[in-house]
Design a protein around this ligand. Structure first.
Ligand code: UFG
Length: 327
């Protein structure tokens, strides 16, 4: 019996792989290494494969049969909003086509459990301050659309052949559970601020005229290690004989932090001067996005253990352990 982690060499996937290995599970990772790195999977078996590539279904079926896979955790996807606007068909092919191949292979081999990486991007610009899973999903870019369609595909497979699934809608993921597993990409606020500091430049704030207390956007930051534990809780739920009444879960803390608060926390953790430059607003940023975390607490008995200070401290330590340490 083993767990197949697709995209397990990436930032979030590698944290989940490490937790699974720590609890003694047999783990096989499929990853195309386009953004992931082989060293991040530790003792897990790594199969290099693009799930959206030719013959992916057959290759996946082979892995599933040979390794006695019983559950799949599917991280592999493109995740840059701007890129998805510029190259929508590529996003459909990678995120939706890739997921279709994985589901077809699961159906073909009788693997019934899947955890899917969804995103708060499914909500778009929500009209409420705190979003529940019942809030209308109106994604505003192809990236968010691919995540919502992914959830629909899983629900369809449940009806058609009994797939047992959970979709985790991640809010703003940051931090590191182990210094060597920090976020290697410079795509989100925390690494973008650290990257600018490493270059001797000032952090940027994209807009300080939002209708929030300090004028900067508010997000729900979730420690990547907490998020990884949420996957284990979801997996245990699917593997039990519980009837699955809920399928999509917000993964957040229920607490928001503004861009300025995050930058100040980086100053606190690093001792650096983090005086920021204010730039114009970035297109498509909702002023506030906070998760109601009640459903996942009630159904999966999961809640976040780490707040913003822990997240930022761990992100700073991970950055300092890398090749671009500051100071
Ligand atoms: N920001 C800055 N300066 C920077 C970088 C970001 O002010 O240098 C601001 C952004 O404008 C935004 C906030 O920091 O207000 C957070 O930005 P991120 O890019 O870190 O994250 P987003 O909330 O835009 O997006 C994240 C994920 C997406 C996902 C979305 C869902 O990166 O994949 O959450 O809510 F779609």
């Amino acid at each position: 019996m083993s767990t197949l982690v697709i995209g397990g060499a990436g930032y979030i996937g590698a944290h989940v792989v490490r937790l699974l290995l720590h609890r003694g599970e047999d783990v096989v990772v499929v990853d195309d290494l386009s953004t992931g790195a082989a060293h991040r999977v530790g003792e897990a078996t790594l199969v290099e494969l693009d799930v959206a590539g030719p013959d992916a279904q057959e290759s996946l079926e082979l892995v599933m049969r040979e390794r006695g896979v019983t559950s799949v955790i599917h991280f592999a996807a493109k995740k840059q909003v701007g890129e998805s606007v510029a190259r929508p068909t590529w996003y459909y092919r990678q995120n939706i086509g890739g997921l279709a191949n994985v589901l077809a292979a699961m159906e073909g081999t009788g693997v019934s459990n899947m955890i899917f990486s969804s995103s708060a991007a499914v909500y778009g610009m929500p009209p409420v301050e705190v979003v529940t899973e019942g809030t209308d999903c109106r994604p505003i870019n192809p990236y968010g659309e691919t995540k919502l369609v992914g959830e629909w595909m899983l629900a369809d497979c449940e009806r058609a052949w009994g797939l047992r699934w959970a979709g985790l809608r991640y809010f703003n993921v940051a931090g590191a559970g182990w210094p060597e597993l920090g976020d290697p990409a410079v795509l989100n606020l925390v690494p973008m601020v650290l990257d600018r500091l490493a270059r001797g430049e000032r952090p940027k704030i994209f807009g300080d005229d939002y209708p929030t207390p300090d004028g900067t956007c508010i997000r729900d930051y979730i420690h990547v290690l907490d998020l990884a534990h949420a996957h284990l809780a979801a997996m245990d739920h699917l593997s039990s004989d519980a009837e699955l009444t809920e399928h999509v879960f917000n993964v957040g803390t229920g607490t928001g932090a503004s861009v300025r608060e995050v930058i100040d926390a980086i100053g606190e953790a690093s001792g650096l001067d983090v005086t920021a430059d204010v730039e114009p607003r970035r297109a498509g940023d909702p002023p506030q996005l906070i998760a109601a975390p009640d459903l996942i607490r009630d159904v999966l008995s999961w809640k976040a253990e780490h707040g913003l200070a822990d997240i930022i401290r761990s992100a700073w330590e991970a950055w300092q352990a890398g090749p671009r340490r500051i100071g």
